[in-house]
Design a protein around this ligand. Structure first.
Ligand code: SF4
Length: 379
């Protein structure tokens, strides 16, 4: 399972499920987007496995993305989830900081978990390297490659000109002979990084530049894949400041997840119900196609809501969470003209495929590295 397969599906609603297995992590990187510590919270395994058991060959995400915190602190859970997902036809990617590479031998449960998933993505940046030597991470990747496993590396720099990015990407290309794809991104103001990087919560760039879509809409592809948050709530947004809603700076009223972005809970709902809510809820369809600010204007053109000051995600979690917004979206999204526009915008977003994601979320100079090692032919 090559990285570009995942990226090509990034804007397709419910193509994947992101599942956070724990907020715990033995590393203490200064830029950690989840502000993880060794004793952070984690949900019991049972509701997570029960939820994945609701995948069926007829109704399942194509991809299950396991993350944390450090998901390999729960290696048996990783193995169990990957096997359950595969039984339904879902492939699994695991994102790890590779804490275990500090030791000379990979613990057996961790090795079994790595063997169970379809793709292993390793995080690498100056902060990780202060705790886990690069050579050790490369050693684990080499072993996985030799065993036939698909791998990738997610590198993070302080900005597009950070010399670390040039150094580490050169090293990866040289060491693995251009067989390992690389995603190069900048540190975002979320989690611990929010304390020192910027006062403003990070917001995603629209899925397609506003100038390219009808009437200046700004589609949000971050509302395409459900995310299981640390407490088991399933939300329709991959913005870490929203996933981390209880206490995050984009929390809804009283620190709750904004209601329109809440799809359910792994203890109470199965995949089919979560998928239906994500794909069919008119307010979410509107956010995906038009973006929150365009949608807020369309739903209440005369309202003085302060939305121009709230920003992109700020409008989503305030104006669109307000009473009456869902009913207004039901009516707006049912109009024939809206449906035509929605279809056209979704077509444009889908056409951009992996390029759309890479243009929004990665550093331009390193964008082509995501395709390293990809099989020939279309993604
Ligand atoms: S616009 Fe809404 S759904 Fe999209 S990233 Fe922002 S908060 Fe999430």
């Amino acid at each position: 399972m090559h990285l570009v397969e995942l990226l090509a599906a990034r804007s397709r609603p419910a193509a994947a499920l992101l599942m956070t297995l724990t907020r715990r992590c033995p590393l203490s990187c200064a830029h950690c987007s989840t502000a993880s510590t060794t004793d952070s919270e984690q949900l019991d395994a049972a509701p997570l496995t029960t939820f994945v058991a609701t995948f069926t060959p007829e109704d399942r995400p194509d991809f299950l993305l396991l993350t944390g915190g450090e998901p390999l602190l729960r290696p048996r859970l990783v193995e169990d989830l990957a096997h359950r997902a595969r039984a339904a036809g879902t492939r699994t990617q695991l994102l790890t900081g590779m804490f275990f590479a500090r030791a000379t031998r990979t613990p057996a449960p961790v090795a079994a978990a790595l063997a169970a998933v379809d793709h292993v993505a390793a995080s690498l940046d100056a902060f990780h390297e202060a705790e886990v030597p690069r050579a050790r991470v490369f050693g684990v990747l080499r072993g996985l490659l030799d065993a036939g496993k698909d791998v990738s590396v997610q590198v993070t720099g302080l900005g597009p000109d950070d010399p670390y990015l040039a150094d580490v990407t050169d090293d990866i290309r040289r060491t693995f002979g251009d067989r390992v794809p690389v995603l190069a991104a900048e540190v975002r103001a979320a989690g611990r990084a929010a304390q020192w990087l910027s006062a403003a919560p990070s917001a995603p760039a629209p899925a397609v530049p506003a100038a390219d879509v009808p009437q200046g809409a700004a589609p949000c592809a971050m509302a395409a894949w459900p995310v299981v948050a640390f407490d088991g709530t399933v939300v329709a947004c991959c913005n870490q400041n929203v996933v981390d809603g209880r206490g995050g700076r984009l929390a809804g009223p009283a620190g709750e997840f904004p209601g329109h972005l809440r799809l359910g809970h792994v203890a109470d709902d199965g995949w089919p119900a979560v998928r239906r809510a994500l794909v069919e809820r008119p307010l979410l369809r509107g956010i995906r196609a038009f973006g929150p600010q365009y949608l807020a204007r369309a739903l209440a053109p005369d309202a003085d809501s302060g939305r121009e000051c709230a920003g992109y995600c700020g409008t989503c979690v305030s104006v669109l969470a307000a009473p009456g917004a869902a009913a207004a979206a039901d009516a707006f999204m049912a109009r024939a003209g809206t449906r035509v526009l929605e279809r056209e915008i979704n077509r444009l977003v889908e056409e951009r495929g992996a390029d759309g994601f890479l243009a929004r979320h990665t550093v331009a100079a390193y964008r082509d590295l995501a395709a390293l090692g990809a099989p020939a032919g279309p993604a």
